[in-house]
Design a protein around this ligand. Structure first.
Ligand SMILES: Cc1ncc(COP(=O)(O)O)c(C=O)c1O
Length: 441
């Protein structure tokens, strides 16, 4: 039996990774599109965005797509689009990037954090149901780390209560939920297209909806150049091209041009990544302590293998091996394994103490009926899973040999669990929260 690399043995991963971690996948089509855009001098025009939107809406399966300069802006537009304003509550998971929640504060709304499900790591519909009040204006469903949220259960709540669901698809472009594409299931969806995302451009975002009013409101909020031509509602035409949100959210031409090329290539890229994801989790299926983060519903997939994570079950791991010790030993074998996931928003100072707009109380409670700030004992599944997730390698395509070597590194460490060195602090939460994700090897 081989000695663990952390104890001086040979590494499980011996092969050069080649291009498997290179992202985005760029070729001469992207180059041509950027150079053509430069010479067309259309960088500030909406024409390139219009072409992208038509293509995007067709792919996403929604009536409208509205290109934004960031995913953050698209979420902001979606929130105002469904009518979030002063005192309105938006139910949101704590396990997400801050842009799913912060714009609610900018709109003088209230973020109500809901717990997550252990298997999906996405918002728990049962907790959402408990947290609905007459002030709830939206439910934010984030398809976290590529995994679809349980949209049927959320849409059932939406139908019963009339509260719209906003999907944040920034991690999950092209993920299928029970045969349907996420991003077309809620009343509106918003997603980032920044360079790191599975469907990338330089910086960019997209808002998708079938609902004309949400679409027109999103235009009115931050797309002054379209109001006269694209808003049919008289109330908005009166604005004569002034954006009520005071924002300028349009996508620049370079981003739109590159996004068009990337979207053309995306179905092929997605297929490769789905193959990689299935191979990876299939190889680790029988390893104790390793729980796949992969949808269990029929005809459902991870979207684009973005920020992929695994779930750790320390009780099932041999020798009760702590996650941090496991991750350190796997890393020594020559592949990625980093304990932790997103920093939890409900414990972040921005949602607890900051008076962001000069209020005399923290912004998080300024417009709330009651103080809903949370402590360490709230959101028990969120707290528990925070200690049990870890970042896994992000493969750009399915290189069977290389992926098998990486999976073997995980298997090897578990098979030698009793030899893994355990350091002081390995059982604590210290260093688990990550603000974001960088390119990994
Ligand atoms: C879940 C989530 N929502 C929203 C965003 C914001 O997107 P952007 O960075 O394009 O503004 C990101 C990523 O950056 C994200 O990961």
């Amino acid at each position: 039996m081989a000695t663990l690399a952390i104890n001086g043995g040979p590494k499980a991963v011996t092969r050069d990774p080649g291009d498997i971690f290179v992202h985005p996948i760029i070729d001469e089509r992207d180059e041509k599109a950027i150079v053509e855009m430069l010479h067309s001098r259309q960088m500030s025009s909406i024409e390139p965005s219009l072409a992208l939107e038509e293509q995007y809406a067709r792919w996403q399966g929604t009536r409208y797509a509205l290109a934004h300069n960031t995913g953050t802006a698209a979420l902001y537009g979606a929130l105002w689009g469904v009518g979030v304003g002063e005192g309105d509550e938006v139910i949101c998971p704590s396990v997400t990037y801050w842009a799913s929640a912060m714009p609610v504060l900018s709109l003088r709304g209230v973020v109500v954090f809901a717990d997550i499900e252990r298997a999906t790591l996405c918002i728990d519909p049962e907790d959402v149901r408990r947290k609905i009040t007459e002030r709830t204006k939206a439910i934010m469903a984030v398809h976290i780390y590529g995994h679809p949220a349980d949209m049927d259960a959320l849409m059932e709540i939406s139908e019963e209560t009339g509260v719209p669901v906003i999907e944040d698809v920034s991690h999950a472009h092209g993920a299928r939920y029970k045969g349907r594409l996420v991003g077309s299931l809620g009343q509106v969806s918003a997603m980032s297209l920044m360079t790191g995302k599975a469907l990338p451009t330089s910086e960019g975002g997209m808002l998708c909806t079938d609902d004309q009013e949400i679409y027109e409101r999103a235009i009115v909020f931050g797309h002054y150049g379209r109001i006269a031509k694209y808003c049919e509602m008289e109330e908005y035409r009166r604005l004569q091209g002034l954006a009520l949100g005071g924002h300028k959210f349009r996508m620049n031409g370079f981003s739109a041009a590159m996004a068009q090329v990337q979207l053309e290539k995306y179905p092929g890229i997605l297929e490769e990544k789905e193959k990689a994801a299935k191979l990876w989790w299939g190889l680790l299926e029988d390893v104790p302590g390793i729980v796949p983060h992969y949808p269990k519903w029929e005809d459902s997939t991870l979207g684009g293998w973005y920020a992929p994570h695994g779930i750790y079950d320390q009780d099932a791991a041999p020798n009760n091996l702590p996650l941090k010790s496991f991750a350190r030993a796997v890393t020594a074998e020559g592949t990625v394994c980093r304990a932790g996931g997103y920093r939890l928003l409900h414990r972040h100072p921005a949602f607890n103490d900051y008076a962001i707009y000069g209020e005399d109380v923290p912004t998080a409670v300024r417009f709330a009926q009651e103080d809903m700030r949370m402590g360490d004992d709230d959101l028990p599944q969120t707290m528990e899973m925070f200690r049990r997730v870890y970042n896994i390698p992000r493969f750009s395509f399915c290189d069977e040999e290389y992926i098998t070597q990486c999976a073997n590194a995980y298997r090897k460490v578990m098979e030698h669990a009793d030899e893994v060195p355990i350091e002081e602090g390995d059982e604590t939460d210290e260093g688990l929260g990550l603000a974001g994700f960088t390119q990994q090897r």
